[in-house]
Ligand binder design. Structure first.
Ligand code: PRP
Ligand code: MN
Ligand code: MG
Length: 181
């Protein structure tokens, strides 16, 4: 078959499991912010799905903005220096910023991004990520909301890509070897 589903080896989280966990995170966030307005910052492109679902599950007043960043430097070794491809349009002064991410792998992207956003004078900056790989961490970041901790395996779907594909899957899974061999 030519369907994207036939490229998957194993389903890690079904559509229903993701929706339930996102709803739980939204309830936690609503309780923590107690009616304060939240600026959700989505990190393009992986965070598009979690942003869309989290935003709709929240009852707090929110606004949304987007950033696109790219790891700087060469080869497979990320330097942790990040280049801004698309910046926010919102002035962060006094805002409660909540970064939405699909996954924290080495942590280098978010560690840099959190420091960058903190330098813009917000009232607070917190992070909500659907997935985190504790065994891949190269830096320690304080992440307030984590959907699922996962093993150090390559995963796709629900925003996560392999060579830009598979972002449109409504579940999260691992790729079959024939895809990358
Ligand atoms: C992926 C993922 C996170 C980041 C995590 O984005 O969406 O943003 O890598 O990696 P790290 O913790 O090791 O820094 P990617 O750079 O692939 O861009 P994309 O979101 O457009 O796929
Ligand atoms: Mn990303
Ligand atoms: Mg990617």
């Amino acid at each position: 078959s030519n369907d994207v589903e036939s490229d998957l080896k194993h389903v890690l989280f079904s559509k229903e499991q993701i929706q339930q966990r996102v709803n739980e995170l939204a309830a936690e966030i609503d309780a923590d912010y107690q009616g304060r307005e939240i600026l959700l910052v989505g990190v393009l492109k992986g965070a598009v799905m979690v942003m869309a679902d989290l935003a709709r599950a929240l009852h707090s007043h929110i606004t949304m903005d987007w950033m696109a960043v790219s790891s700087y430097g060469s080869g497979t070794q990320s330097s942790g220096v990040v280049r801004i491809l698309k910046d926010l349009e919102t002035d962060l002064m006094g805002k409660h910023v909540l970064i939405a991410e699909d996954i924290i792998d080495s942590g280098l992207t978010l560690s840099w991004l959190k420091a960058n956003l903190l330098s813009r004078g917000p009232a607070s900056v917190e992070i909500c990520t659907l997935l985190r790989k504790p065994d891949a961490a190269k830096v320690d970041i304080d992440v307030k909301y984590v959907g699922f901790n996962i093993p150090n395996e390559f995963v796709v779907g629900y925003g996560l890509d392999f060579a830009e594909k598979y972002r449109n899957l409504d579940f999260i899974g691992t790729l079959a070897p024939h895809v990358y061999e």
